[in-house]
Design a protein around this ligand. Sequence first.
Ligand code: NAP
Length: 242
Amino acid sequence: MLQGKTAVVTGAAKGIGKAIALAFAKEGCNIVLNYHSSVSDETIKEIEDCGVKCMPVKGDVGDFEFAAQLVKDVKKEFKTLDILVNNAGITSDMLLMRMSEEQFDKVIHTNLKGTFNMIRHASSLMLKQRSGAIINMASVVGVTGNVGQANYAASKAGIIGLTKSTAKELAQRGVTCNAIAPGFVETDMTAVLPEDVQKQMLETIPLKRYGQVEDIANAAVFFAKNTYITGQVLNVDGGMVM
Ligand code: NAP
């Protein structure tokens, strides 16, 4: 069903983004792999070994012009942009009273503005095609809030509002936009948390295990395949938030 389509995945050198890129490659999609600092040859080979093309593109999704150029390059190389996964994201945790302006701005820049930038440029192509699936990475924290994560929670709540507005604006041309809200997934992002915090988190997960990157990748493929679902936020969190 997704064979031959073009999927752009941001922040895809590792973690959830890499798993999503691989999952779409296994479905037969050509992959545009956006990375920020570096990507290993091994990761690119893993994708190409699925029998698809992999186009690595280095850059900051928070840069409006970079996002514009990326979409132009995708159009030139593949003609269509069928699936956009806005996965790139960062944390910079601090209690509100001690959070610097820079900490707030950089998280909003990457997570929220980066998602806007990519949607802003990719959507014009999708509207012309009269098809496309946009999948944004939110977080359960964007719904519940979290101590020490005012910047991150605000960025993820913003992504949910952005997702629903985009879904409403693009629906008439057959373009869908949905969000995934992961709970606690084992990646570099969560590995930095102290062990006692990780254990406390486990207590709050009814399924009593941490999420794996493949759990999130499966949800992304699900959204790309279901053209009658739009404007939704899917919690993939082991039951953490009900
Ligand atoms: P990760 O392992 O830290 O990966 C994040 C990726 O984003 C990295 O490859 C990073 O590249 C890239 N990135 C950072 N800033 C970027 C920028 N400005 N432009 C392009 N790429 C950039 O994190 P993860 O756990 O896989 O998280 C992926 C997404 O899921 C994020 O949006 C995160 O908020 C969300 N999420 C994760 C969890 C979880 O439990 N892990 C839970 C809820 C939501 P560099 O390292 O090179 O900067």
